[in-house]
Design a protein around this ligand. Structure first.
Ligand SMILES: [Zn+2]
Ligand SMILES: [Zn+2]
Length: 344
C-alpha cells in the first residue's frame, strides 16, 4: 500500500485526501494541529482545526476561512475519514487521525503527555503509522511534575516580593504563558502580562480555562510593581519595556532549561524547566500507546529517536520538515544537546 502521508515542498501531504497538515507554504486545504507559528501560517485557502483551536488561530492569523471540528468527531474528505484528538500541548492542539481503506495514520503535531489545566489531556490513538514530533527526543529530558515547578516559581516570586523586587518570567506568549498563569498564587502580589500574551489570555478564558486575574503594566502603581510577577515574551528581554521594573529578578521557563548552561546563555537569574512538549519517557509511552508498528519522526532529535525505535523492533524513519520550536530563542545548537546527552 502506498504511503498515505508524504512530504512535499509545501508540507506534509495526505495523498488520497489531497490536503496538507501544518503546511509551511500556502496551499488550498490545510489541517492545522495547533496555532504555534511553525505549524499555523497565513495564506492557506481553507483551514480545519479542532473547534477549541479556532479562536486562537483567528487571534494569531487574523481573518481566515476556517472550520472547527470537535475532538473525536469525524468528517469525510475525498474518501479519507478525518478526526482530531487532543494532543495536550496548548489550547486547541490536536492529533490528526486519517483512515483510508482500513489503513490508519496519525500525525501528532506537538504533544505533551502530562495533563495540565489549560487544555484537554493527550489521548492515545491506535494506528498503523504514527508521525511523532521529537523536540525533546533525547534521554536526558525528563520533566518534574508541573506542580513542583509551579511551587518553585511561586516561592521564587514570594522571596522577591518580600525583598521588594519585581519578578519577570520570560515565556512564550501562547501556551507557556497561560500554563504558568494557571499555576501562580495570586495571593503573593499583582500579576502583570505583556501585551503579546493578553489577547491569548482572553481566548483561553472565553474557552473556559480558569486563569488568575492579570493586569497590563500601565494599570499597576510603581510601588505595587515591586511585589508583582510579570509574564513577558522572550523578545521583551533587554527591550526598553523592561526599564519600568527597576531592579528586577528574571527567569526563563522552557524545557531547554534542563541543559547545563542554558540559563547562563539566556543571561537570566533562574531557569524553570517547564515544557509543553513530551519528555523522553513521555514520547516513548505515547508511541507505545498507539501500538503502531511504523513510526515516522519529525522535528527534533530525528536520528537518535529513529535509532532507538529501531532497536525496539519498530519500523522507524524520519521526515524532513520545516517545523521548529516556538521557544527557539532558548534552544541550544543541536550539536550541543547531543553532546550533553552523551555526557549524561
Ligand atoms: Zn507547538
Ligand atoms: Zn512544533
Amino acid at each position: 500500500m502506498p504511503d498515505m502521508v508524504v512530504v512535499r515542498k509545501e508540507g506534509l501531504y495526505c495523498v488520497p485526501g489531497q490536503f496538507y497538515i501544518d503546511p509551511w507554504r500556502p496551499v488550498e486545504r490545510a489541517v492545522i494541529t495547533h496555532a504555534h507559528g511553525d505549524h499555523a501560517r497565513v495564506g492557506h485557502g481553507h483551514y480545519l482545526s479542532a473547534a477549541s483551536g479556532v479562536d486562537v488561530l483567528r487571534a494569531r492569523l487574523g481573518e481566515i476561512h476556517i472550520d472547527g471540528l470537535e475532538y473525536g468527531h469525524a468528517l469525510q474528505h475525498n474518501g479519507v475519514t478525518i478526526s482530531l484528538h487532543p494532543a495536550g500541548h496548548v489550547l486547541g492542539s490536536a492529533q490528526v487521525r486519517m483512515e483510508h481503506r482500513g489503513e490508519v495514520w496519525v500525525a501528532s503535531g506537538d504533544y505533551k503527555v502530562e495533563p495540565d489545566r489549560t487544555c484537554a489531556p493527550f489521548e492515545p490513538v491506535r494506528c498503523h503509522t504514527f508521525i511523532t514530533e521529537s523536540t525533546f527526543g533525547l534521554p536526558l529530558y525528563r520533566w518534574q511534575p508541573e506542580q513542583d515547578i509551579f511551587d518553585d516559581i511561586n516561592s521564587w516570586w514570594r522571596a522577591n516580593a518580600e525583598a521588594g523586587r519585581c519578578s519577570v518570567v520570560f515565556a512564550y506568549a501562547f501556551g507557556k504563558a497561560q500554563r504558568i498563569l494557571s499555576g501562580l498564587d495570586p495571593a503573593i502580589g499583582p500579576i502583570v502580562c505583556h501585551g503579546a500574551a493578553e489577547p491569548i489570555n482572553r481566548v483561553y478564558r472565553a474557552g473556559g480555562v480558569a486563569l488568575p486575574p492579570t493586569r497590563m503594566v500601565t494599570e499597576v502603581d510603581k510601588a505595587d510593581l515591586k511585589r508583582a510577577i510579570v509574564i513577558a515574551p522572550p523578545s521583551a528581554a533587554g527591550s526598553p519595556w523592561m526599564k519600568r521594573f527597576g531592579d528586577y529578578s528574571d527567569a526563563f521557563a522552557s524545557g531547554w532549561m534542563q541543559l547545563r548552561g542554558a540559563r547562563r546563555r539566556r543571561g537570566v537569574d533562574r531557569g524553570f524547566v517547564l515544557s509543553d512538549h513530551a519528555d523522553w519517557p513521555g514520547l516513548m509511552s505515547a508511541i507505545r500507546a498507539t501500538e503502531a508498528p511504523r513510526v515516522i519522526v519529525t522535528h527534533g532529535s530525528i536520528p537518535v529517536m529513529v535509532r532507538w525505535l529501531r532497536q525496539q523492533g519498530l519500523d522507524a524513519s524520519g521526515f524532513d520538515t520545516e517545523y521548529g520550536d516556538e521557544d527557539e530563542a532558548a534552544a541550544p545548537e543541536p550539536a550541543a544537546a547531543v553532546q550533553e546527552a552523551s555526557d549524561a
